[in-house]
Ligand binder design. Structure first.
Ligand code: NAP
Length: 461
């Protein structure tokens, strides 16, 4: 058994780790102790001499050369802030996040010699760092355990039980098997999933992820994520949930103790009401496409807007038009505003454009206003151009050399709009690029690992 304990200091990683290693009959390593050994100095001396940056460099080297084979590894509180460390830690290992509330942590670390990381008081520093690091901790873990009300001994016994039996209770497995048989998951995929569920007693650390959508039969996410899991050595299976009822999907996901969900049409808005901790971006956009479950809590993110923002890097401050006023247009408008652009939303139903524009402080109008605006950047967030409607939302004479044209439609990869824009000397960005970038950001939320864009593009074929 190869286990990594992550989490803030004072959550019991070292104390519970020692006991867990003894219970499992494997060696125990503490990365802080390995760093001290390497530097021949105490952590507080390393911080004094080479600062936090120097300490993190040593930590990176130690993490990259951890001994192979069964063991329990306790890590420093900031270790998983670096995706490269997470990639090393997760390969072939089960990562367990230990959590505790700020008051418990304060009580546990008050008298230690570990140097402060900020100029704040101890309690304020704990609360601040817990908030700043929350997403990195939640992403990097396979399993989350609250240690606030447990002794180190109880934590170790609890983890040993999960490692032996899995986090899916027998009743959950039975319910899930019945629900899978009745679900809209396509036949061969349902069979594979049932096989995976039956495999849990022999493979208790297997974790599930999936896409929630209706229809989701066209989704390329299952194939992509399965390849990513396999490349990064993660013990995970990705499910295609295909059901018109989001609550049925969420119930099956709960029975399977699913770690993460990609959310697509038509659930991006509806899912928000089921999430306890949506981040500020999905709350502002009003849509969520990424859900993470950790320790009985749910966390929501929107990676659509991140993908649009990153694909348009270098276009900051220009004038822009968004065509359409639906869910994708909201993510696009939010991204363009975040890039300091002057944004106008144009939609055939003018009231919907006006409503969206008011939310983000943009202007609005109808498609014929395009010629008056003469924008430098255009984002098509309508389905025009998608099979079977092979039209273009703009005419050839509306496109000028030097313009940037981003078509969110991704089937076909080259839409009539992009073809015309390319011929007119525009910079063109395809909807496929948005899919690739949003998947990269989503995989980072799901696992804490940065998969390179070129790898995702290649896996997409
Ligand atoms: P949506 O919520 O249904 O909104 C569609 C918008 O397009 C509405 O404003 C609608 O206008 C407008 N529209 C529909 N048909 C039109 C037509 N024939 N002419 C002019 N306007 C029309 O859909 P969505 O979720 O925003 O998705 C929009 C597009 O973005 C889809 O093609 C989708 O595939 C694409 N998308 C791509 C990615 C990616 O990863 N590349 C991600 C998300 C979405 P009304 O308000 O008047 O109905």
């Amino acid at each position: 058994m190869n286990v990594v304990l992550i989490g803030f200091r004072g959550t019991g990683k070292t104390a519970a780790g020692h006991i867990l290693a003894r219970l499992l009959g494997v060696p125990f390593y503490d990365t802080d102790a390995l760093i001290e050994e390497k530097a021949e100095a105490h952590v507080h001396e390393i911080f004094e001499e080479i600062g936090e940056e120097g300490f993190r460099r040593l930590e990176r080297e130690v993490i990259a050369s951890l001994p192979p084979g069964p063991c329990v590894i306790a890590t420093g509180g900031g270790t998983v802030l670096l995706p490269e460390n997470v990639e090393h830690l997760r390969r072939g290992r089960t990562v367990i996040l230990l959590q505790a509330d700020a008051a418990t942590i304060e009580k546990r670390i008050r008298d230690t010699t570990r140097p402060p990381l900020t100029a704040m008081g101890l309690r304020a520093e704990i609360e601040h760092l817990l908030a700043v690091r929350r997403d990195a901790y939640v992403s990097a873990a396979d399993i989350c355990v609250d240690t606030s009300a447990r002794s180190a001994n109880e934590v170790a016994i609890h983890i040993k039980r999960i490692l032996g039996e899995g986090s899916v209770p027998v009743e959950g497995m039975e319910r899930a098997a019945r629900a899978i048989a009745r679900s809209g998951i396509p036949g061969d995929e349902a069979e594979t999933l049932l096989g995976k569920v039956r495999e849990i007693p022999a493979n208790p650390t297997l974790r599930f992820y999936g896409v929630a959508g209706y229809p989701s039969l066209h989704s390329r996410s299952p194939r992509l994520y399965q390849q990513l899991f396999s490349y990064f050595g993660l013990n995970a299976h990705y499910i295609r949930f295909h059901d018109p009822s989001l609550s049925r999907i969420l119930s099956l996901a709960a029975d399977l103790d699913v770690r993460g969900l990609s959310v697509t049409i038509p659930f991006k808005q509806e899912v928000l009401s089921a999430i306890e901790h949506p981040d500020r971006h999905c709350a502002a956009i009003g849509a969520c496409n990424t859900v993470l479950f950790c320790g009985g809590k749910s966390f929501g993110y929107n990676t659509d807007w991140v993908a649009i923002r990153d694909a348009l890097g270098g276009e900051e401050g220009k004038s822009a038009v968004v065509l359409g006023a639906g869910g994708a247009a909201a993510a696009a408008a939010y991204a363009l505003v975040s890039l300091g652009m002057e944004v106008t939303i144009l939609n055939r139903t003018e009231e919907k454009a006006a409503l969206l524009a008011r939310r983000f402080g943009c202007s609005s109008g109808v498609p014929r206003d395009f010629d008056r605006i003469r924008p430098a950047v255009v984002v098509n967030a309508t389905p025009v151009g998608m099979e079977p409607d092979r039209g273009s939302p703009l005419a050839r004479d509306q496109l000028r050399s030097g313009m940037t044209v981003f078509d969110l439609v991704y089937t076909p990869p080259e839409t009539p709009l992009l073809k015309m824009a390319g011929n007119a000397g525009c910079r063109v960005i395809s909807g496929r690029e948005m899919f690739v970038r949003q998947a990269q950001a989503q995989f980072r939320h799901f696992t804490g690992i940065d998969a390179p864009l070129h790898m995702i593009r290649e896996m997409m074929g």
